[in-house]
Design a protein around this ligand. Structure first.
Ligand SMILES: Nc1nc2c(ncn2[C@@H]2O[C@H](COP(=O)(O)OP(=O)(O)OP(=O)(O)O)[C@@H](O)[C@H]2O)c(=O)[nH]1
Ligand SMILES: [Mg+2]
Length: 289
């Protein structure tokens, strides 16, 4: 099966892409969200083009599911490779590092504010947009930033209809519609990483393949012990065959089909669910060079 030939995302992506093209002119800062567990696979390769001449603040979201030293590795990696002007690890879910996020936004705004004030403008508004591939937490972040009390500042004339600017505080406005971007489809590993983390629908790739690949990644990361512990596996269950481990895990957890065979499909879903919720430990799965 060639995974790169699969039609991963529906047509609404083109619509948001057009929206982003229209909107970019008035944006000052792009908040690019990636999934901290797979920061490379969840990056959009086109963001560089979209966000040209903009300040780029990269957010390693879902940091609550990843170890601290990994976050620091990626923060440095993205800064060193000029993927962003600033990088902040956050958890939109838990609200971690929101103060730091706003501090960075202020820092990135300084130049423009100073420039416009020097030209005599009294009130300067900085406009920010949240962008990222599906499921990275764009809506969660926007909801957290905007909250319930804030009201939209309304559609501004000249912009595409339907877009709302929300005033976060004096001089700072957020576009309430996130830019949805495609992930990159450079290789099959990207697709599997996205599937493991739930960024593409579980139906798209065979779950057993995804789960057994994940088990293989746990092996490389020396994390098989937490699999063993969570599902009360025996030493003999941890063989050097990833599918066999899945098989053994199904048996140990009592997932047996009517036919008497181990239900490796249910076992796959369980493993993926448990990884996504942090039960299998807090770690990312992307290779660090
Ligand atoms: N653990 C954890 N889960 C998160 C975090 N942020 C978002 N999520 C979860 O990730 C899933 C996707 O979040 P959304 O905010 O809907 O993601 P999105 O980018 O808006 O996704 P699309 O609208 O499909 O493009 C939800 O189940 C969230 O609860 C986080 O910081 N930590
Ligand atoms: Mg959303």
């Amino acid at each position: 099966m060639s995974m790169t030939k699969i039609n991963w995302y529906p047509g609404h992506m083109k619509k948001t892409k057009d929206m982003m093209k229209d909107t970019m002119d008035v944006i000052d800062i792009v908040l690019e969200i990636v999934d901290a567990r797979i920061p490379l696979s969840s990056k959009n390769p086109e963001i560089k083009r979209f966000a040209k001449n903009k300040k780029r603040l990269m957010l390693l979201n879902k940091s609550d599911l990843v170890g601290k030293e990994e976050l620091e590795y990626w923060r440095k990696y993205f800064l060193d490779n000029d993927f962003a002007d600033e990088v902040v690890a956050i958890s939109a879910e838990k609200g971690t590092n929101m103060t730091l996020l706003f501090k960075k936004i202020d820092e990135l705004s300084k130049d423009k504010i100073a420039k416009l004030k020097a030209k005599g403008l009294k009130s300067v508004s900085i406009r920010i947009m949240v962008a990222g591939i599906p499921n990275v937490g764009k809506s969660r972040l926007i909801n957290r930033i905007v909250g319930k009390s804030k009201t939209g500042v309304g559609n501004k004339p000249g912009f595409t209809r339907g877009k709302q600017w929300v005033r976060i505080k004096d001089g700072l406005e957020l576009l309430d519609t996130p830019g949805i971007l495609w992930p990159k489809f450079e290789n099959e590993e990207v697709g599997v990483n996205l599937a493991i983390c739930g960024a593409i629908k579980d139906e798209i790739l065979p779950a057993e393949e995804v789960a057994s690949t994940f088990i293989g990644k746990m092996r490389e990361l020396n994390k098989l012990d937490s699999l063993k512990k969570l599902y009360k596996l025996e030493d003999s269950d941890i063989t050097d065959n990833d599918l066999e481990i899945l098989h053994n895990m199904a048996i140990r957890t009592g997932m047996i089909k009517k036919s008497g065979y181990p239900d490796t499909l249910q076992a796959s879903y369980k493993i993926l669910r448990d990884y996504r919720s942090g039960k299998l430990g807090l770690f990312g799965i992307e290779k660090r060079s």
